[in-house]
Design a protein around this ligand. Structure first.
Ligand code: FAD
Length: 500
């Protein structure tokens, strides 16, 4: 008997049912032609070597939730273990695939896989549908509006998108017909346990931000119900070191596609409608537009996540220092505010935007003079919300390599945190060895006299590290180096410019 042909929806950064146009296309095609619908996610078992345990937990929880939500529609999620470029082409024949739907992506590593899959699909006459559904705007169209040039400032970007009408989000509510459900396909739950990826869940800290569409939508609705809070939101006035987050923490859900950025956009429009509200860049809508800005820049720039070969990025002769990099990544720099942030990141997978500013500046132009690419790699492992273009774009900003050029504005690891947390409660939580330090010394414990250190049960250099650099001295030297690097880049550019 001839096999029934299939429609495959390849889930990537769209781990949701709501506002998933590509999935709806797949369902409609399967229903109309009486084909089988096969929703798949491809999990590379090597992922655990690159992605930290917290983010893997978030991913697995998100896949589990997606499977549950698909089952409510009389379907389910099938996890393929391996590389998409190897597995999907084989299944095209086995499953008699006629139609493949997925999202538009820009991460070069995913694109490499996608290119191979698409090539084979084209050879086999498989119809491919790709939808822009990870961003509010189609970044390619935004670039076109700017004569195929990357908008280099946020204001320029806003001017390009202000006239664009954002289409409504879509819903999928109708259950799949039984004849579209492959037999056996959904018999067992196919989502791996964390242990399958070599992770012992009992070693992880309590899960503060559980993954998945259900949790993400709950969080979105909870914040959108606080209309006054949304309308008064000003990012610079939120706190990097509050014990509970002072911003939405929607980022992990948006990055994994558990919450549609377009849905967030429309909900914000609804809340702001008819009420006085703050404006971009500081408003919540402004935050979402930062995301779109970096996605647009990432789409239009080759080697966006690298310094060399990236036309937007100032070339700076960073030094390498593995010991200091490790001390920074593990929260052992001897600067309690920096260490508290890095330990929160490692334990919980999320830190406030301004906390990211602090540690990124410290690693690069501020103190350690280590490349932003190294910092971006550490963030890639730890951040629940890791997103290729947002990570690279923000790291370039903070290291004053692109978009932001006031390199002399350096964050002080002592004064910055005090602005919003004089008592050092945040430090006491994440650097517990300093818990008993008097407030006077909590940001600068090396200044505490020996008897105070003893009374606080922590001798600096024994229970907590000595500072790995002297900020007051080193940041001035670094500013000189930045000035030289800027001049060299300017000269290089003027040499390249054709003479008239
Ligand atoms: C060095 C560095 C690396 C970063 N890496 C990432 C990353 O990999 N993934 C990521 O999602 N964000 C990244 N950010 C941006 C920002 O810090 C986070 O998006 C934000 O802190 C998430 O918290 P939230 O959801 O509470 O934000 P909110 O303030 O509540 O903002 C709402 C949403 O707007 C978007 N957003 C907010 N700020 C920014 C920003 N500066 N750039 C782009 N989008 C923004 C996010 O999607 C966020 O969820 C990075 C920032 C820095 C300085």
């Amino acid at each position: 008997m001839a096999k029934i042909p299939s429609v495959v929806h390849w889930f990537r950064l769209d781990l949701r049912i709501h506002d998933n146009l590509a999935l709806r296309n797949a369902i409609n095609e399967a229903e109309n032609r009486k084909y089988l619908l096969r929703p798949v996610y491809v999990l590379d078992p090597d992922i655990a070597s690159k992605v930290g345990a917290n983010r893997l937990r978030f991913l697995i929880q998100s896949l589990q939730d997606l499977d549950t939500n698909l089952r409510k529609l009389n379907s389910c999620l099938f996890i393929l273990r391996g590389k998409a470029s190897e597995l999907l082409p084989k299944l095209f024949d086995e499953w008699q695939v006629k139609y493949l739907t997925t999202q538009v992506d820009i991460d070069p590593e995913i694109l490499k896989e996608e290119e191979i899959v698409e090539k084979v699909a084209n050879e086999k006459d498989i119809f491919i549908v790709k939808r822009v559904q990870h961003t509010v705007f189609d970044t390619q169209s935004v670039l076109k509006k700017n004569n195929d040039c990357v908008p280099l400032t946020y204001q320029k970007f806003l001017s390009l998108v202000q006239e664009i009408q954002v289409k409504d989000t879509i819903e999928i509510t109708k259950s799949l017909s039984d004849h579209c459900k492959p037999s056996d396909y959904c018999d067992n739950n196919n989502v791996p346990l964390l242990s399958e990826l070599g992770i012992d869940e009992s070693m992880l800290t309590a899960c503060k931000y559980p993954g998945g569409e259900t949790e993400g939508l709950k969080r979105l609705h909870m914040y959108m119900a606080k209309k006054q809070w949304v309308c008064k939101f000003e990012k610079p006035n939120s706190s990097p070191n509050s014990i509970e987050p002072s911003t939405t923490v929607l980022s992990p859900y948006i990055s994994h596609g558990c919450v549609s950025s377009k849905l967030f956009y429309h909900k914000l429009k609804e809340v702001e409608n008819g009420i006085p509200h703050t404006m971009p860049p500081v408003s919540l809508m402004g935050q979402l537009m930062w995301r779109e800005f970096y996605y647009t820049a990432g789409t239009g720039t080759e080697n966006f996540d690298k310094m060399v070969g990236n036309k937007l990025c100032t070339q700076i002769p960073w030094a390498s220092n593995d010991e200091q990099l490790k001390a920074w990544a593990e929260g052992r720099t001897g600067y309690p505010f920096v260490d508290a942030i890095m330990r929160q990141l490692k334990e919980e997978g999320w830190i406030h935007h301004l906390a990211r500013h602090m540690v990124a500046c410290f690693l690069t132009r501020g103190d350690l003079w280590i490349s932003w690419e190294e910092g971006a790699k550490v963030f890639e492992g730890y951040l629940l919300d890791y997103d290729w273009s947002l990570n690279a774009g923000n790291w370039m900003w903070l290291s004053a390599s692109a978009f932001f050029y006031k390199y002399f504005r350096v964050y002080s690891p002592v004064a910055f945190g005090k602005k919003t947390d004089k008592e050092g409660l945040y430090i006491r939580k994440y650097v517990p060895e300093l818990k008993k330090y008097p407030t006077e010394y909590i940001y600068e414990p090396w200044k505490a006299p020996q008897n105070v250190q003893k009374a606080a049960d922590c001798i600096i250099g024994e229970g907590y590290p000595q500072r790995i650099v002297d900020h007051d001295k080193i940041h001035k030297e670094n500013m000189q180096k930045m000035s030289v690097a800027y001049k060299a880049n300017k000269e290089k550019k003027s040499l390249k410019r054709p003479r008239s």
